[in-house]
Design a protein around this ligand. Structure first.
Ligand SMILES: Nc1ncnc2c1ncn2[C@@H]1O[C@H](COP(=O)(O)OP(=O)(O)O)[C@@H](O)[C@H]1O
Ligand SMILES: [Mg+2]
Length: 306
């Protein structure tokens, strides 16, 4: 099996050139703008019993990766992440200079309303979508500098992805859907199916191994997609609105499965959602609104939680 081989950081091109010293969001906060009361912010503050602060007020957007030495246990870092669509009159910034760190073992929930930029952020973190500005580092390696091979290894070994719409292949059985990512590993078919069956079993779906997605409930499909995301044993799980298409009961099952992955299996999880029920499971919560990230406890930002 191939292992993750990435060149050391200093062999790569210097990344700071395209990182702006100040983002529009930071500027806005410095100017005292954006102080309106948002009912969702209010609600989450009540829920958490803490007040939310825009991350821009921490001064992070002014930092470059040089100012932030790699810390032990750090898996993930976003620095000044910005995503814009369109040009001229149609120019729209959907992510406005977001910076944060995630350490091994954290369960980070990024909570915000529909249209706030959650999926865009997650797609950038997963390397599926390039940022317009800023930098994403995984274990201190800049994702934007990955070669195609490194990106493939990143997807095949480092991260597992779970989406709101399950994204299962209709023409494959549950078992083959779970086994699908292993095909790229070059491992023998028998081993791939064995691993996939074990994974389905862990999610209570062994008896549905031969079923096609359209023969499964939404909750079952989402658990198949969780099994698929985990079959290559990634340390980091990126999850986008996993209960968006589920009824409350199925959502509860998926929610507790994800918690188990964090608590028992010690996986690092970054989950974006507008479902408030996830907040109580998180070790750290960010709130996202209009492409700007806010956190509950700026003084411990980037440090080990609990
Ligand atoms: N490809 C695109 N082109 C233009 N605008 C986009 C594109 N993708 C997303 N957006 C816009 O970005 C904003 C954030 O979208 P999204 O990240 O999907 O939000 P969320 O996942 O929080 O609902 C929305 O206003 C959406 O319309
Ligand atoms: Mg979304």
């Amino acid at each position: 099996m191939e292992t993750l081989k990435m060149p050391p950081v200093d062999e790569r091109e210097s990344p700071e050139a395209d990182i702006p010293q100040e983002t529009a969001a930071a500027y806005e906060f410095q100017q005292g703008g954006n102080t309106s009361v948002d009912p969702l912010v209010e609600a989450i503050q009540q829920e958490l019993g803490k007040s939310l602060q825009p991350t821009a007020q921490l001064g992070m957007p002014a930092l470059t990766t040089d100012d932030l030495p790699y810390e032990e246990g750090e898996i993930f870092r976003a620095v000044n992440l910005t995503k814009a669509y369109g040009q001229g009159a149609a120019y729209l910034e959907v992510i406005k200079g977001i910076s944060f760190c995630v350490k091994e073992g954290e369960y980070v929930v990024i909570y915000g309303p529909s249209g706030s930029g959650k999926s865009t952020l997650l797609h950038m973190l997963s390397g599926l979508e390039p940022p317009t500005r800023g930098e994403i580092r995984i274990r201190n390696h800049a994702i934007q500098k990955f070669t195609d091979d490194e990106m493939a290894i990143y997807h095949r070994e480092e991260i597992g992805l779970v989406f709101q719409s399950f994204n299962l292949l209709d023409s494959l059985t549950a078992l083959d859907n779970v086994a699908f990512p292993l095909m790229l590993s070059g491992a023998p078919r028998e081993w791939r199916l064995h691993e996939s069956y074990k994974m389905l079993d862990r999610f209570g779906l062994a008896e549905f191994a031969g079923h096609y997605p359209n023969q499964l409930s939404g909750g079952q499909q989402q658990r198949v997609s969780l099994a698929r995301a985990l079959v290559h044993d990634p340390a980091l799980l990126l999850v986008d609105e996993p209960t968006g298409n589920l009824d409350t009961k199925a959502a509860d099952v998926v929610m507790s499965e994800i918690s188990r992955l964090h608590l028992q299996e010690k996986r690092t999880i970054i989950l974006v959602t507008h479902n408030r029920e996830f907040l109580k499971h998180a070790t750290r919560v960010f709130y996202i609104r209009d492409g700007t990230l806010m956190t509950t406890n700026p003084e411990v930002e980037g440090e080990e939680h609990e």
